[in-house]
Design a protein around this ligand. Structure first.
Ligand SMILES: [Zn+2]
Length: 299
């Protein structure tokens, strides 16, 4: 475990499993913890780091409904946290898929996988961003002489991502991925590229803390957006060529020349194909480019 002080009162807590970055933002009345790990073991590690820095009452944010970002919630509830913030869709996804996701954590979190032992209950976020969850939205949490802004930019890595900004630091969840290819499993790639472009355009932020890996700068976020655009364009071009008389569809993932490793490329292709065949609206419900995320005054 490593604590990385990013600004006065703003920290990244980096734990080994899944190279997860949690966040900690200190106000004068309470502290905000961003992402709680994959179960009680990692949750306790994160809580220990938090308690080495502050005794303040805690509130929690889960950036999205993937196991490594919320399965430590029960540890924080035991530590007194009452408010668990997330996208409305995150709470719905945890209710629907949380028990299934236990199957992913058996190696590092056997108690969580077995639902057996202290702090292995699923704690579903009880505070949500405004609206139905289908449109970009934001809310602001007052921590006492400091606030944090929670905002969603539409569908991306999942259909329930939120970012947490404070000062010039933004915790991006898995919208940004450092040190590995993006995880496309339940993503909306076209919306994701747009969300990344939007994020890179938010001038206020200078430090982007990904859900995994090292903090990055704006240029990295922009490059990740461009790479995703390129990948999607190549798939579209291949589809268009295949639709011509005599056109042949690429057969293997490598034939698409996607800028990702073969595994990630395959997942992206499968995901785009599934979205196409299911007719799922891949575009965000509202154009994120049109949304200007209001920023809090520095208080
Ligand atoms: Zn994720």
């Amino acid at each position: 475990m490593r604590i990385n002080q990013l600004r006065d009162g703003v920290f990244a807590v980096c734990t080994d499993n899944w190279r997860l970055n949690s966040g900690l933002v200190l106000g004068t009345r309470r502290a905000l913890v961003i992402d709680t790990g994959a179960g009680p073991r990692q949750g306790r590690e994160i809580l220990e780091a938090v308690r080495s820095l502050t005794d303040l009452p805690l509130a929690v944010v889960n950036t999205h409904a993937h196991y490594d970002h919320y399965m430590g919630n029960a540890v924080f509830r035991r530590a007194g946290a009452e408010d668990f913030w997330a996208h409305r869709g995150c709470a719905e996804a945890i209710l629907e898929h949380g028990d299934y996701q236990r199957s992913y954590v058996g190696t590092h979190e056997p108690e969580m996988a077995a639902a057996d032992g202290p702090d292995t209950q699923l704690v579903v976020p009880n505070r949500h961003l405004p609206g139905t969850g289908r449109r970009p939205a934001l809310t602001r949490i007052d921590l006492g002489e400091r606030s944090a802004v929670l905002f969603s930019l539409g569908r991306g890595h999942t259909d329930n991502d939120i970012c947490v900004g404070t000062d010039d630091v933004v915790f991006t969840g898995d919208l940004v991925e450092e040190g590995a290819d993006p995880s496309f499993e339940d993503s909306y790639p076209r919306g994701w590229a747009e969300a990344l472009e939007h994020l890179a355009g938010l001038d206020r932020y200078r430090v982007f803390v990904p859900g995994h890996g090292r903090p990055v700068e704006r240029t990295f976020v922009r490059q990740q957006a461009q790479m995703m655009r390129t990948a999607i364009q190549r798939v579209d071009a291949s589809e268009a060529a295949a639709a011509q008389p005599g056109g042949a569809r690429p057969v293997t993932a490598s034939m698409f020349r996607l800028p990702y490793n073969p595994g990630a490329a395959r997942v992206l292709l499968d995901r785009l194909e599934r979205i196409r065949t299911e007719g799922a609206a891949d575009a965000p419900a509202a154009a994120p480019a049109a949304l200007r995320v209001p920023q809090p005054s520095a208080d």
